[in-house]
Write a protein that binds this ligand. Structure first.
Ligand code: HEM
Length: 534
């Protein structure tokens, strides 16, 4: 109890219980939100931070079930964790809670490795994410998008509602499968029972994470953990077969795929290389499809809800690609793959602002770090307090940070892509490490937008994700109209028209959409929609 009531006693916090720390508080705040079952932990933490008077660091004690935690809700403090420092040249160490994902990403994953081991992996895979190389992936992205459009057309014909996130997950999985391994997983096969064994096993594995907090240890749910373990092993053995096959091919075509980069320079595929490769491939497959699909599902919902944003987006696409390309897949494909295609993509400023604003409001992922006990890792809060974070899990809560009214003003909770338009310095850039001030050409401090996190351990796939998102939006936004069904459905007046409320958005019929936890933050009902051709 010394630790509970002495070590972190000076930290801003809600009143802890003698035995359960803040576990009971979390439960109380969860119950207060029981009209939103399965609500993502970020929203519970947001309420707790508000109740504590909005401190930039909130102490949340989840011992004995897990660790003591510092919830970071200020971009200035978040930046002190993610930047390179003398003490931590590659930013503060990753949190041990990442071990919960071991069946999904493996023990050797680039996500969890530290120091030199991580650095050499990052160096190994960087060439696969260089901007010039990414542009060579455009034909593949477009081919897979064509299959997706075919699936949307079928849904237009039958008028049935469907979870948009699932449909996009199959698309982004097909893309990342091709990019990572040079393999066509055919995840978009219309008949799911005829999909390959790998896709089915993988899907079952991901399902075991539904509705679970990643912060609790495996022994809190032993049966589920066993199921995860078995499915994880099955996925590994299927990947092993594919990797062996690729290794035996004389000349891999995709020289910069994650798989080729893993095997480069190795004639022998020994056990160590095999395990290492399986783990990296698994990591990229997961990190590379799930988050991007969440981004797109929310982006289409926001556009459905915000008619002015939808109009501005369509107008940009018409201006850049020509209005006739809105109804013709081939024409748009030619423009994107023809000379100047990359420039057109780069000029999709409004589309990029839509992506940026979606990721601000609904960040699919975040980062958790840990300051080892005795490391004397001290941060300075904007309030001028110095806090030693030793022994704590440090959670940069992007959902809170990116909705900070001190940065984004009264409209912090509103979807307003325009807010990014005056921002001249590299609209998606997360590379100016360590800077939490407002530099020239920016309207907001760079560190206040961190869906890909920042610093040396920022997301390696961020440019790929935004290229994918731009291409998919370009093909979809002028051809299809999505309509939300169920939660977050829009209200109509007696003439059947949607009703505008303040901030230029349509009013919802009853309850707002929200995110739930499934490793990442996913729309609770999978974003149930119907779709029509315009
Ligand atoms: C909208 C899409 C995406 C979002 C929001 C996102 C977000 C993030 C975040 C927050 C991190 C830091 C995680 C941590 O510190 O634990 C991260 C790391 C990572 N992401 Fe992404 N990501 C996206 C897309 C992708 C894609 C497309 C790929 C792969 C092709 C990818 C691969 C990775 C990898 C390998 C890391 C670990 C990097 C390292 O530690 O060096 N991500 N991502």
């Amino acid at each position: 109890w010394h630790r509970r009531f002495k070590q972190y006693a000076n930290f801003p916090q809600l009143r802890p219980s003698f035995i359960w720390g803040h576990m009971k508080t979390i439960r109380e705040f969860t119950v207060k939100n029981n009209d939103r079952p399965g609500l993502h932990i970020d929203w519970i933490l947001r309420d707790m931070v508000k109740a504590a008077g909005n401190p930039s660091v909130l102490f949340v004690d989840t011992r004995p079930a897990s660790y003591a935690m510092a919830v970071i809700s200020s971009h200035e403090v978040a930046e002190q964790l993610s930047r390179a420092t003398k003490q931590y040249p590659w930013s503060a160490p990753k949190s041990p809670t990442i071990a919960e994902l071991v069946n999904l990403v493996g023990h050797q994953s680039i996500l969890s490795k530290q120091r030199e081991e991580w650095k050499s992996l990052r160096k190994q895979y960087n060439p696969g994410f260089a901007p010039r190389h990414l542009m060579t992936l455009l034909p593949c992205i477009i081919d897979k998008t064509e299959i997706f459009l075919g699936r949307l057309d079928k849904l237009c014909e039958n008028g049935e509602s469907f979870p948009l996130t699932d449909l996009i997950i199959s698309l982004t999985f097909d893309i990342i499968g091709a990019v990572t391994m040079g393999i066509d997983f055919d995840a978009q096969h219309p008949n799911s029972s005829r999909q390959g064994e790998f896709i089915r096993a993988y899907d079952q594995l991901v399902q075991t994470f539904q509705g679970r907090s990643n912060a609790l240890p495996w022994w809190c749910y032993p049966r589920l953990s066993l199921k995860r373990f078995i499915l994880g092993k099955k996925v590994d053995s299927l990947l092993e077969l594919m990797i062996r096959q690729k290794h035996s091919e004389e000349q891999p075509q995709e020289k910069r795929s994650v798989l080729s980069l893993s095997l480069q320079g190795h004639d022998e595929l020994d056990e160590q290389l095999l395990t290492q490769t399986i783990d990296q491939v698994k990591t990229f497959l997961f990190a590379g499809h799930d988050t991007t699909s969440i981004l797109l599902a929310w982006a289409f919902y926001f556009l459905h809800r915000h008619p002015e944003a939808q109009k501005a987006l369509v107008s940009e696409l018409d201006t850049l690609f020509g209005p006739e390309s809105g109804a013709s897949f081939e024409l748009l494909k030619q423009k994107l793959l023809g000379p100047g295609g990359d420039e057109l993509l780069n000029n999709m400023t409004y589309t990029t602002a839509v992506i940026k604003e979606t990721l601000r409001l609904c960040p699919p992922a975040g980062t958790a770090r840990m300051a080892p006990p005795g490391s004397n890792f001290v941060v300075r809060t904007p309030e001028g307090q110095e806090l030693c974070l030793d022994g704590m899990i440090l959670y940069n809560c992007a959902t809170i940070i990116q909705r900070d009214p001190q940065v984004f003003g009264d409209t912090a909770d509103e979807f307003m892509p325009e807010r990014w338009l005056g921002d001249k310095s590299g609209i998606m850039s997360t590379s100016n490490d360590g800077d939490s001030s407002i530099e020239e050409g920016r309207r907001f401090p760079a560190s206040a937008w961190r869906p890909f996190e920042r610093g040396p351990r920022n997301c390696i796939g961020q440019d790929l994700a935004t290229i994918e998102a731009r291409v998919i939006i370009a093909f979809v936004a002028r051809t299809y109209d999505f309509t939300k069904v169920g939660l977050g459905e829009l209200k109509r007046d007696e003439k059947g028209a949607f009703i505008i409320e303040q901030a230029g958005k349509y009013r919802v019929k009853s309850k707002e959409m929200y995110n739930t936890q499934q490793v990442t933050a996913k729309p609770v009902d999978g974003m149930l929609m119907t779709v029509k051709r315009k």
